[in-house]
Design a binder for this molecule. Structure first.
Ligand code: DSN
Length: 416
């Protein structure tokens, strides 16, 4: 980035500091990852200069000779990988993707039913503060208070009572595998479309480490930058019968020109996700999550649902007599980055909740395995047991940095 360094040293310096932060810290934010250098190069390419409203072969501006091929390739690779009938790769990110689905099938005031935000759902699944909760009649289902698990009987009861037009499955903080067949049966019983938001676990689906929702759902949305390890973007997959409605909702319904640089980077990420190496990666994410979950359980941490089947875990810190925010800030100072998070039936407020959320997609990208997960679990325990010990935090941060040096993060090998 020599040109940037000369032209705008302020921004150059901040980007460089962020590069070192990502290189030297253990990043456990469940929605984050490290993309490859190839994905980054496509993201930073001249494709950012081009407008191309419309779809391949049917654009509103000329000069699409290469853009059409790039978008078609991204679509073909996504279809091959996920087996969906129709795929739109243009949504700017996960929230616009979900909104496009609502625009395609709902009128203002229509009912949607999704997982409650404090129980692990996403803002766009009908949270009152989001457009999805303001423009539509948003109903929600909760987790079982005893087990922290989805209870499909209560979801069915709720669905039959409120008769949503769209039933949403998917989450930002649920550590277990979803039963897509059960969701399908509930959607059929209440006459709803089934939408699955697989943003968090799309990489696991791609790598065969999580069941695919594609055979069951009418529509599947996903971001491309979480476990799928692509650029910040999104895709909508659907049955052919819904293709026209989805495409029209994305453009011209919700968006203007697609971000072609992102589309190209999605295509690159999809190529990477089609390899055996990625299958191993996806399997390792799950193994790493289990190893970390086991270590933390042994140290007396209260994992919501008792463990994990996917890439993430949610910990209720109430028994440790520390809030999620204090724990997250102490860990950050120790070089371990995660987010504080509400837990089901949390008695505290969302901005100062009782839990923390951890995910293993990013650390697995840098080659960490079970052994490193055990070490991370021990560090987390030590820091949370003594959250005001700044000496311990500084020492741990140095040890974290030392460990990270042995496992170079993808895309950051140019740093000394
Ligand atoms: N912000 C994302 C997450 O952290 O789960 C969801 O969009």
């Amino acid at each position: 980035m020599h040109t940037l360094q000369q032209q705008d040293p302020d921004i150059f310096s901040l980007i460089q500091q962020e590069e070192f932060r990502q290189k030297e810290k253990i990043r456990l934010i469940a929605s984050e990852n490290y993309v490859s250098k190839a994905v980054m190069e496509a993201t930073g390419s001249v494709l950012t200069n081009k407008y191309s409203e419309g779809y391949p072969g049917k654009r509103y501006y000329e000069g699409q000779q290469f853009i059409d091929q790039i978008e078609s390739l991204a679509i073909r690779r996504a279809k091959d990988l996920f087996g969906a009938e129709h795929i739109n790769v243009q949504p700017y990110s996960g929230s616009p993707a979900n909104l496009a689905v609502y625009l395609a099938f709902l009128n203002p005031g229509d009912t949607i039913l999704g997982m409650a935000l404090p129980h692990g759902g996403h803002l766009t699944h009908g949270a009152k503060v989001s457009i999805s909760g303001k423009y539509f009649t948003a109903e929600s289902y909760s987790l079982d208070e005893q087990t922290g698990l989805l209870n499909y009987d209560t979801i069915r009861e709720k669905a039959m009572a409120c008769r949503p037009k769209i039933l949403i499955a998917g989450h930002s903080a649920y550590p277990r595998i979803l039963d897509f067949l059960k969701f399908r049966e509930i959607a059929d019983a209440c006459g709803a479309l089934l939408m699955v938001d697989m943003a968090h676990f799309a990489g696991l689906v791609a790598g065969g480490a999580h069941p695919s929702p594609i055979p069951y759902a009418d529509i599947v949305t996903t971001t491309t930058h979480k476990s799928l390890r692509g650029p910040r973007g999104a895709m909508i997959m659907c049955k052919e019968a819904h293709a026209a409605a989805i495409d029209k909702a994305v453009f011209p319904g919700l968006q203007g020109g697609p971000h072609n640089n992102t589309t190209a980077a999605i295509a690159v990420a999809l190529k990477e996700a089609s390899t055996d190496e990625f299958k191993n990666y996806a399997a390792q994410i799950v193994k790493n999550a289990k190893a970390l979950a086991d270590t933390l359980s042994q140290k007396g941490f209260n994992l919501v649902t008792g463990g994990t089947d996917n890439h993430l875990m949610l910990i209720d810190l109430t028994n440790k007599e520390i809030t999620g925010k204090i724990a997250a800030k102490a860990l950050d100072a120790a070089g371990i980055v995660l987010n504080y998070n509400a837990v089901p039936y949390d008695k505290r407020k969302p901005f100062d909740p009782s839990g923390i959320r951890l995910g293993t997609a990013a650390v697995t990208s840098r080659g960490f395995k079970e052994e490193q997960m055990v070490q991370i679990g021990l560090w987390i325990d030590a820091i949370i047991s003594d959250p005001t010990n700044t000496v311990l935090q500084t020492e741990t941060a140095a040890a974290v940095k030392q460990l990270c040096t042995q496992y170079p993060a993808p895309g950051l090998d140019h740093l000394m």
